[in-house]
Design a protein around this ligand. Sequence first.
Ligand code: ADP
Length: 157
Amino acid sequence: MKTGVYPGSFDPITFGHIDIIERAEKLFDEIIILIAENRRKQALFSLEERKEIIEELFKEKKHIKVEILDGLLAEYMKEKNHKFVVRGLRAISDFEYEFQHSTINKELNKEIETVFLMTEPKYFYINSSLIKEIVALKGNVKEFVPKAVENKLREKL
Ligand code: ADP
């Protein structure tokens, strides 16, 4: 059984992330959405809240699991014996950050292969920070996030 691990902050999950998950479903038998704290970003939702939101979205799909990462991704992969990391690429601006991370992960754990998937062009410019800003300014985000996520955002902001 092939498992793809999709790590990210998902604060909150967007249609861009979901597009990557749907593409990864064609490549892997099982997908683990692995929620991690990104130290460079101030989080809006707690890890547990993000986990609940994502679990609710994928509750019909038994091959999609949601976990919280505690520690290093390379160690998690080793412990669980998973080999494939999935990441999404939008514009060239993502490349350097992703390149650094996949190289470091490979250094820390030689077994890891990172698979990069491209999203639909219409999702190129979506990111969680932008969505939080739009909601805070009372804008419409229904084209960018599922309704349930939009509701959670409105409660928070
Ligand atoms: P991180 O803080 O780890 O970058 P994110 O939740 O911002 O976490 O992103 C997780 C992954 O999903 C990254 O590989 C990112 O490039 C990808 N991603 C985020 N938004 C999109 C999008 N709109 N289209 C495609 N990939 C995306």
